[in-house]
Design a protein around this ligand. Structure first.
Ligand code: ARG
Length: 464
């Protein structure tokens, strides 16, 4: 068979080779070479199983094993010549194996198809990427935990609508992200557990007449079990969708954190100083220090969400079982995975390096009548006012302070009493920001004592 006129792997019934455009649209080797290690790992497991079940001779299996190891080392060394004519990673590897070991290479594809092969390779790759994402998330959790620990008492403004709402602590704010990241980690763990079933041996779509042992290959590849339905095994990509969806949610969290860093590092806020390592200068404005890394993290979620929507759209309406449409799964997942890992690493560096400006945070925390709720709560506690009435009285005092251009603690007792005669000078004790945060001891609240407890709980998993 002449390679130039038809494909050496499947060209038996073809008289002519593909048009150049056909080759261009059909080939995936430009990107699926990233699956090389997984492809060879799966082929080794398959070959060993074919030997153990007596389907192949042990000498063929040994030749295949040796040959595959050589191919892997060639790829790792960058010596492997990838061929577009050979379409994809599976056929590139097999073709090189044939050059190395001859006829035995042709027996490797017994009782399998590229359909179960690619499903297996890709599952292995995405599974590994779940682990990588979890590792990246944990590194960021550690960095934020250190920030939380150092700033457990540091008062800062808490916002709603990006308007000052109530004082909170820096530690509490950092821990908010730790909790989000913990759930992100949980989503990757869940997805990983669900995807950890092996498609190999489903063959093209219907299983095979050869006496294969799917439990053996599943175990060799670290899967919990073989997938139970061959049609499902070759034709679903829900594992990749789950990975992308977990990535989207995580990237959304990173994007929100990035946005806060962008805001906090402005000259107007000055809540935080970002390190030079994660900032850039301007080519024209010498005073500038721009939070480019934060901005790029804020943006990366766009491509990750895009990848999720793209793959959902590819998969919708596809009849069972395999269709070539599914080859479009990989680039999206590769790009999303790379983007997520980069965003996590950059955010980890920024979070570890950033320096909160305690003085600025404290001043800002006390601005905007941030302890008005503490005043209203005091009226409820000390005077027995219904909260709605206390809210009203406090509103009048805020209005008065605003008119005079002062903060609540600067109103005189006489002014306080004009709003409600029962007010005593004990009220001033609750108007300070430290008192405010310290009082918020409800479970999950911002009090330094609560923050320290939560940090201690996290330290059990992430020791300092
Ligand atoms: N490159 C293909 C993919 O990524 C491999 C499977 C091809 N199978 C087939 N029957 N053409 O999906």
């Amino acid at each position: 068979m002449d390679k130039k006129t038809s494909n050496a792997m499947w060209g038996g019934r073809f008289a002519a080779g593909p048009d150049a455009v056909m080759e261009a649209i059909n080939a995936s080797i430009g990107f699926d070479r990233r699956l090389a290690a997984q492809d060879i790992e799966a082929s080794r497991a398959h070959a060993a199983m074919l030997g153990a079940t007596g389907i192949l001779s042990l000498s063929d299996v040994e030749a295949i094993r040796e040959g595959l190891l050589t191919v892997l080392s060639e790829i790792e060394a960058g010596e492997f010549v990838f061929s577009t004519a050979l379409e994809d990673i599976h056929m590139n590897v097999e073709s090189r194996l044939r050059e190395l070991i001859g006829e035995a290479a042709g027996r490797l594809h017994t009782a399998r198809s590229r359909n179960d092969q690619v499903a297996t390779d890709f599952r292995l790759w995405v599974r590994g990427q779940c682990d990588a994402a979890i590792g990246g998330i944990e590194a960021l959790m550690r960095a934020l935990l250190a920030q939380a620990e150092a700033g457990a008492e540091m008062v800062m403004p808490g916002f709603t609508h990006l308007q000052v709402a109530q004082p909170v602590t820096w530690g509490h704010h950092m821990l908010a992200y730790v909790e989000m990241l913990d759930r992100d980690r949980g989503r990757f763990r869940d997805a990983r557990a669900r995807m950890n079933e092996c498609p190999l041996g489903a063959a093209a779509l219907a299983g095979t007449g050869f006496p294969i042992d799917r439990h053996m290959t599943a175990e060799a590849l670290g899967f919990a079990r073989p997938m139970a339905n061959s049609l499902d095994a070759v034709s679903d990509r829900d594992f990749a969708l789950e990975f992308l969806s977990a990535s989207s949610v995580c990237a959304t969290h990173l994007s929100r954190m990035a946005e806060e860093l962008v805001i906090w590092s402005t000259a107007q806020f000055r809540f935080v100083t970002l390190s030079d390592r994660f900032s850039t200068g301007s080519s024209i404005m010498p005073q500038k220090k721009n939070p480019d890394a934060a901005e790029l993290i804020r943006a990366k979620v766009g491509r990750i969400n895009g990848a999720l929507v793209a793959l959902l759209t590819v998969m919708k309406g596809l009849p069972l079982a395999y269709s070539k449409d599914m080859q479009e799964d990989k680039e999206q997942v590769f790009d999303a995975a790379d983007s997520l890992m980069l965003a996590l690493a950059a955010m980890t560096g920024m979070a570890a390096d950033m320096a909160p400006n305690a003085e600025r945070l404290r001043v800002a925390a006390a601005s905007g009548f941030s302890t008005a709720t503490d005043l209203a709560d005091w009226l409820v506690r000390a005077l027995g006012l219904p909260f709605r009435e206390a809210h009203h009285v406090t509103g009048a005092l805020v209005k008065r302070a605003e008119e005079r251009g002062v903060d609540l603690p600067e109103l005189s007792l006489a002014e306080m009493r004009a709003a409600h005669p029962g007010i005593t000078d004990e009220v001033y004790a609750v108007l300070g920001v430290e008192n405010s945060v310290a009082s918020r001891r409800s479970f999950g609240g911002t009090a330094p004592a609560g923050v320290r407890e939560r940090v201690a709980a996290w330290r059990a998993e992430f020791p300092a």
